[in-house]
Design a protein around this ligand. Structure first.
Ligand code: G4P
Length: 301
């Protein structure tokens, strides 16, 4: 499938995003890096270390409500060993925010101590959010921009045009997030990004994408599909024959197509001629995964 995935950021887009990051990063003490908890590694930016050089950094594993808690815990531990503080978050319900505030202060402890030595007191810590598209940056920022938060900006000492949102009495958040680009070296990364909705999956073939998901689920979450759609294992050949589909690479694809056929049958998805509509079944499966209806799942080992 890898050759079909040809979604790259154009060099121009990347340069623009990098420039914006570099400009905004000068204004802050700390970068809150957002990653998708379902694909923590694939949704991080390869250059983040260099981009944030000299700044404190906290990693937020967002959409934790959709991800496997065991995998999250392991990733948080592993990141900690690499010297990066990580925290699970559901930006929509604000779960994890209190802990994050404490982490921000901890991560900026050296700066706070320096300010104190210089006699600077009461200056708020300034943070910016950064992450790849669709990881939840706007949701995260909006969570802070509710009634309880005041926006500050366009006043002396504040860079013109920049808006800051008060995250706590001593922490401010830049209201414009930094947009980062994902890494594409590994073709699996592109597939994971598409499954999580970080890149537009319309440009990928849903049936092939769903095959990849089915394989991953079989390996790490056996039973998730059967449970969701109330289907049994069934024989692959029978099922793909029922779908009246031709598969070219024999065994595995025929078997997976059989599962899609079962999903189509369970959901009453039929084509005009009455055959199970495996294309729509694939779309249903992908949508269910994206919205957490198959359970809390992480797509990385
Ligand atoms: P971005 O600024 O980084 O591009 O991402 P944005 O906040 O627009 O969020 C992208 C999608 O992810 C939105 O869904 C948003 O609701 C959802 N989202 C953000 N944070 C979380 C989270 O912690 N958990 C879950 N489950 N979803 C989250 P959407 O379908 O594009 O829009 P809508 O459903 O909110 O209308």
């Amino acid at each position: 499938m890898s050759e079909k995935i040809n979604i790259h950021w154009y060099p121009g887009h990347m340069t623009k995003a990098r420039r914006m990051m570099e400009e905004n990063i000068k204004l802050v003490d700390l970068v809150i890096e957002l990653a998708d908890a379902r694909i923590p590694e694939s949704s991080r930016n390869p250059d983040i270390g260099a981009l944030c050089a000299g700044k404190a950094r906290v990693l937020v594993l967002n959409k934790a409500d959709l991800a496997d808690p065991v995998c999250i815990r392991r990733y948080v531990e592993a990141a900690g060993k690499d010297g990066v503080r990580a925290i699970a978050m559901d930006a929509r319900s604000r779960r994890g925010m209190e802990e994050l505030r404490a982490y921000v202060r901890e991560a900026c402890a050296a700066k706070l101590a320096r300010d104190k030595r210089r006699g600077i007191v009461g200056r708020p810590l300034r943070a910016m959010v950064a992450g790849i598209p669709n990881v939840g940056k706007s949701t995260f920022i909006n969570s802070f921009a509710g009634k309880a938060c005041t926006k500050t900006g366009n006043k002396p000492g504040v860079t013109k045009g920049k808006q800051w949102i008060r995250m706590a009495k001593d922490i401010e958040l830049l209201d414009t997030p930094g947009i980062l680009w994902p890494k594409f070296e590994d073709p699996q990364t592109g597939i994971r990004l598409a499954l999580a909705g970080a890149i537009n999956e319309d440009i990928l073939e849903p049936v092939e994408l769903s095959f990849w998901l089915l394989r991953c689920l079989e390996q790490s979450y056996p039973g998730a599909v059967a449970q969701r759609y109330g289907i049994g294992a069934g024989t692959a050949a029978e099922q793909s024959a029922a779908a009246n589909e031709t598969v070219t690479d024999g065994g595995d694809s025929a078997r997976l197509l059989g599962i899609l056929t079962q999903i189509a049958q369970a959901r009453g998805l039929v084509k005009a001629q009455g055959a199970p509509d495996t294309g729509r079944a694939a779309t249903v499966l992908l949508d269910d995964f994206k919205n957490g209806r198959l359970g809390k799942i992480t797509l990385e080992p």
